[in-house]
Design a protein around this ligand. Structure first.
Ligand code: CA
Length: 433
């Protein structure tokens, strides 16, 4: 995709908070989400510290043509109808919104849009998409090596390994995470049923499918990017005791399906276009198979996104201590790109639906500072994570909060943020017997 004027890094908005260098949502971002303000739920676009209410803007006749159709489609409780219209409609709305938010717009247009904006702090952000299916991949070579005790599965360098996850328990940032009960290895070869003792987070990126493919009709690597509507942050909460006990031979089940958190804003593929970088160089490795490789993927298939995970205990929260950054990692270092994940997913003819969510897998890098889950940080609970107030953790305890951040970065361009992906652990319910 060619860059257009919505990507112009010099562009400024008349909304001061959108020009603050620390904002996640400058005029070049314009991510889509769903929010509740008062009693009504509808689609919106984030700009600075505000949300543009697309339902009101559509009703007030602010947009015309494809942009108006897109705003109407985004007026409901999920964004699937907007995604179904195709990326050109979302692009038209993005273009017109950027013009209306531009510092150079006249007073009348500015005031008409201002009447359709609400403070983000006064809104509740909801899950933006009806997710038909969630698939979680395994794209970090460093995560795979650390979790596999320095051994890569035979298939790892031939295809992006994945499993079919659970879509119904994908929840939006801010929703509490109930510690699951389950079965895991206890002392002396016993098997225990009870609250998961080794609760963990996984810092991931997610991609939403925006174009479906028919059953039996694979998606070529050359068009795979066109099937992705946009991206979010994902915390693939993991119950390691349950996971390690149950996963042979069919893979994770209850250890993953209890909850998966996503950030509320979908940063569009179009917004991320300037932040594309070359896919990781496979030094000494065979090239991927032809159906998973293209020149375009090699030269610009990855995105330069810096990811961070923070942890705050309930004691730190009570004492107003800032969350501790426990991971900083680079999404560009993943061994497989989202285009390769999507092409692989559909390569057997599996039909992907609009609104399907693909998770990248834990995004760990090579350095200790870029280990993107506690199982890596504490070496499966055998060491501990130290907090500034003297507390320690091998795994997450009740009351602990995990906060994910992500920012697309490129020299000369504004930093595009994804908003927060936040979740707090609450105690397991009494086991049902
Ligand atoms: Ca995962």
């Amino acid at each position: 995709m060619a860059l257009n004027r919505t990507h112009n890094p010099a562009r400024r908005s008349w909304l001061a908070s959108a020009n603050d260098p620390s904002t996640d949502f400058p005029i070049q971002n314009l991510p889509f989400g769903v929010f509740r303000h008062g009693h009504v739920t509808r689609g919106g676009v984030a700009i600075g510290d505000r949300i543009v209410d697309l339902a009101r803007a559509a009703r007030n006749g602010i947009f015309t043509g494809s942009a108006a159709e897109a705003a109407s489609a985004a007026s409901g409780t999920v964004l699937n109808p907007l995604m179904r219209l195709g990326r050109a409609h979302a692009a038209a709305l993005r273009n017109d919104l950027a013009d209306l938010l531009d510092a150079g717009i006249d007073k009348q247009h500015r005031e008409s849009l201002e009447a359709c904006m609400v403070p983000m702090a006064a809104a509740e952000l909801l899950r933006p998409v009806e997710i038909a299916a969630f698939t979680d991949f395994l794209c970090s070579i460093d995560h795979t090596l650390r979790m596999g005790r320095d051994t890569l599965p035979a298939a790892f360098k031939h295809l992006p390994i994945a499993y079919n996850g659970r879509a119904t328990s994908v929840i939006v940032s801010g929703t509490d995470i109930v510690r699951p009960n389950g079965q895991f290895a206890g002392a002396g070869g016993s098997v225990v049923y009870g609250p998961e003792p080794w609760l963990d987070f996984e810092l991931e990126m997610g991609a939403f499918v925006g174009v479906a493919n028919d059953l039996g009709a694979p998606v070529g690597i050359g068009s795979a990017d066109q099937h992705i509507f946009g991206f979010c942050l994902v915390n693939d909460w993991s119950a390691r005791g349950i996971q390690f006990f149950e996963s042979t031979p069919l893979g994770p089940f209850l250890g993953k399906s209890f909850s998966t958190s996503i950030s509320p804003w979908i940063v569009t593929a179009e917004a991320l276009e300037p932040y594309r970088v070359a896919a990781v160089t496979r030094i000494g490795d065979d090239a991927p198979p032809a159906h998973l490789e293209s020149n375009e993927n090699r030269t610009s298939g990855a995105f330069d996104i810096e990811l961070q995970a923070f942890v705050r205990t309930s004691k730190m929260r009570a004492q107003n201590v800032a969350p501790l950054c426990v991971t900083t990692t680079q999404f560009r270092d993943m061994y497989w790109t989202f285009a390769q994940m999507l092409a692989h997913h559909a390569s057997n003819g599996c039909n992907l639906h609009v609104g399907d969510l693909l998770g990248s897998g834990t995004t760990s890098g090579a350095t200790d500072a870029s280990r993107a889950c506690l199982a890596e940080i504490t070496k499966r609970g055998t060491t501990q994570l130290d907090f500034p107030d003297g507390e320690t953790r091998a795994w997450l305890e009740d009351g602990d909060e995990v906060i994910l951040h992500g920012h697309a970065v490129r020299a000369g361009y504004p930093r595009l943020g994804f908003g927060e992906c936040r979740g707090r652990i609450v105690a397991a319910p009494t086991p049902s017997l």
